[in-house]
Design a protein around this ligand. Structure first.
Ligand code: 2P0
Length: 354
């Protein structure tokens, strides 16, 4: 049947993002609504990103997805929520070269195939869900000619993974927790674009982890249920830090930026420790990296490198400029020589990452 032979495809690439004021804790698990605002920096797509191709054809009889070449199930609520929200906003699509016309109402009967690749090893335990869901939502929106701005798309990506909403923009991005019960105002807002503070260099020190990881989703649920500190963090500490961080970013005030970034990472890990049973994401190597950076910053008189750790032992180090990035690498290689007994065995270098 000739009418079954066409395929329309769209490919998009989305970088991952690293939070400098952390998201930890939900007030709605299905819609993925946070208990506090967060701020992140989106990485350069050359280093850590997801590339996703979405295709539609009348020959496809179900929605299917492959991640790094291996088929994965789309039956989970997060995928279903994203697919449903994008389909509901689909519009007419015409490809004259292929002689294909899809009417708005046809989309509910058409199926998509999704192929997604991460350009970094998933095994390294670096955040991949952020880039993954952002890229999925963005490429589906392009394929289906969805006429929403990135803010509205971010609210859909958020339903795939909270941190994903922040990957719809480059530069520094704020995820506003919002007030609405339906999540309509829980969206990402760009603060400054990637050119605003382009001296910063981000270095990710990949620390080998032998410990079992607690997933972010169950980890933050347990924290909200059991930690006495989390409410103080979400209600008192983070709102003030968000204001200070926005100002530090606007002014490119690296000392304040570093102070806030390091303090917020440490408090995030403190509420993890305050969870019952306690959650340990950092290991001895992570702690040694913190000590090393803290000592160095003190000896310089003014901070030159910020550190932040997510739900794993890997260090994300943000250097003031290329000179300090080079000095930092020298120090890391000295204190953690590759292939020694220490755990630190490789570095992903984000040159001009912002
Ligand atoms: C963040 N993290 O702000 C924080 C800091 C990890 C530590 O967002 O359940 O994968 O999919 O919304 O986004 C990791 O959590 O969790 C995360 P879900 P997500 O980047």
């Amino acid at each position: 049947d000739e009418s079954q032979k066409w395929v329309l495809m769209v490919t998009a690439q989305t970088p991952t993002n690293i939070a400098v004021i952390k998201y930890w804790g939900k007030r709605d698990e299905n819609l993925i609504l946070a208990i506090n605002d967060s701020i992140s920096v989106t990485l350069d797509p050359a280093h850590l990103c997801t590339t996703t191709t979405v295709a539609v054809s009348p020959a496809f009889n179900q929605d299917r997805m492959w991640l790094n070449g291996k088929e994965i199930s789309l039956s989970g609520g997060r995928y279903q929520n994203c697919l449903r929200e994008i389909r509901a906003r689909a519009n007419d699509v015409e490809d004259k070269k292929k002689g294909v016309k899809i009417a708005k109402k046809d989309w509910e009967n058409l199926h998509v195939h999704v192929a997604s690749y991460n350009n970094f090893p998933t095994a390294a335990g670096l955040a991949s869900s952020a880039a993954g869901f952002a890229c999925l939502v963005y490429s589906l929106a392009k394929l289906m000619n969805v006429q929403e701005d990135n803010g509205r798309l971010s609210a859909i990506a958020r339903q795939g993974s909270g941190s994903a909403c922040r990957s719809l923009y480059g530069g520094f991005v704020k995820w506003v927790m919002g007030k609405e019960e339906n999540g309509s105002d829980s969206i990402a807002v760009p603060l400054v674009d990637e050119k605003h503070w382009d001296e910063l260099v981000i270095i990710i020190a990949v620390v080998c982890s032998r410990q079992k990881e607690t997933s972010s989703t169950s980890g933050m649920r347990e924290t909200v249920e059991t930690s006495a500190l989390i409410e103080h963090r979400a209600k008192e500490v983070v709102p003030k830090r968000i204001i200070q961080m926005e100002e530090a970013i606007q002014k490119r005030d690296f000392a304040t930026f570093t102070h806030l970034t390091c303090a917020d990472s440490n408090q995030f890990h403190a509420v993890c420790l305050d969870t019952s049973p306690p959650i340990f994401y950092m290991n001895d190597t992570s702690h040694r990296i913190i000590s090393c950076v803290e000592k160095w910053n003190r000896s310089e008189g003014t901070p030159q490198v910020a550190y932040t750790f997510d739900a794993g032992p890997n260090a994300v180090l943000i250097a003031r400029n290329r000179t300090y990035a080079a000095l930092l690498l020298q120090r890391l290689l000295f204190h953690f020589p590759p292939n020694s007994e220490t755990d630190l065995n490789s570095y992903v270098i984000g040159d001009k990452s912002l």
